[in-house]
Design a protein around this ligand. Structure first.
Ligand SMILES: [Zn+2]
Length: 299
């Protein structure tokens, strides 16, 4: 069986899948120990050991925030005790199977490409998480594009295409230092921020409740959001031209966005009749662990 772990700021989820059928054999979840690196490592090993009880492990994949720097040490993880440590090496020293690591967007892309919303795609797929932030995972020729600078898929920190203050609202500085990053508009946080700026404070759930009650402001706001998302995805199509774009994260659960985004996409792409389908992820919150489990299938 193959094992996948999804490490978040509050919980570590582990799954063991049958390596042939991809059926789930066992799932296990523990709180993330964030007080010390040793404690964190122990909680990761505890999840691995628990899911390993059901059979022989062939490989372990870990979906995690942050990335492995050129020196082999973790960097940029929001579970900060992890940063500066040889995390993969430390796991590898405790268990004698191959261990791989990738970020959550890469795991989403891989999970959906393998046996989810993009399983019909032969060579390419881009998965975009539109949740608290906006990140993406890019698969080309059956491999994840990580990149020389480990920036593969950082579409959220490109400027929102065709930004105009009259349509998109006041200029906004992103935490990354750039102005008008796409993430500031197309993430769930951005959806709430731009509505609150124009009307009254509300988060994405509250706006969608207004939308369901026929509120004109909310209807117009969702329309604008879909236009901003279509502009962002048009850049993906013009640059990578993937067979499928899969959406994950909180905003991907808003079913109303799909026909609107699909309709608007061709307005902004180089060719005006794109065949690329924009679809919702099939595995939802399980994509992190599933994609992590599949990491070794690429190498
Ligand atoms: Zn940014």
């Amino acid at each position: 069986m193959i094992v996948g772990l999804d490490i978040g700021g509050t919980k570590i989820e582990g799954v063991a899948l049958d390596s042939a059928s991809y059926q789930t054999i066992v799932k296990h979840r523990e709180p993330t120990e964030t007080g010390s690196y040793e404690g964190f490592l122990a909680s990761v090993m505890s999840v691995i050991n628990t899911v390993s009880e059901k059979g022989e492990i062939e490989s372990i994949g870990i979906g995690c925030c942050g990335s492995v720097g050129n020196d082999g040490l973790m960097q940029g993880a929001n579970v900060t005790v992890l940063n500066g440590h040889d995390f993969i090496g430390d796991i590898q020293r405790q268990i004698d199977v191959p261990v791989a690591i990738a970020n959550d967007a890469d795991c989403l892309a891989l999970s959906e490409f393998k046996d989810g919303a993009a399983k019909e795609a032969k060579h390419s797929c881009v998965a975009i998480i539109i949740g608290t932030g906006c990140g993406s995972g890019v698969i080309i020729n059956n491999g994840i594009v990580t990149g020389l600078n480990r920036l593969g898929g950082e579409i959220g920190h490109n400027p929102l295409p065709n930004y105009s203050p009259e349509i998109d609202g006041q200029p906004v500085k992103c935490y990354c230092g750039s102005m008008n990053c796409a993430e500031s508009f197309v993430s769930g946080t951005g959806f709430g921020r731009t509505f609150s700026e124009k009307h009254s404070p509300a988060d994405s759930k509250q706006i969608m409740a207004l939308h369901a009650s026929g509120d004109r402001r909310a209807i117009a706001h969702l329309e604008l959001y879909c236009d901003q998302l279509a502009r962002t995805l048009a850049n993906v199509v013009n640059f990578v031209d993937p067979e499928v774009i899969v959406l994950g994260g909180g905003m991907s659960n808003v079913d109303e966005i799909y026909p609107l985004v699909q309709d608007k996409l061709s307005q902004y792409t180089f060719t005006k009749s794109v065949k690329t389908k924009v679809v919702k992820s099939v595995h939802g919150d399980s994509s992190g662990v599933r994609g992590a489990a599949f990491l070794h299938s690429l190498s």
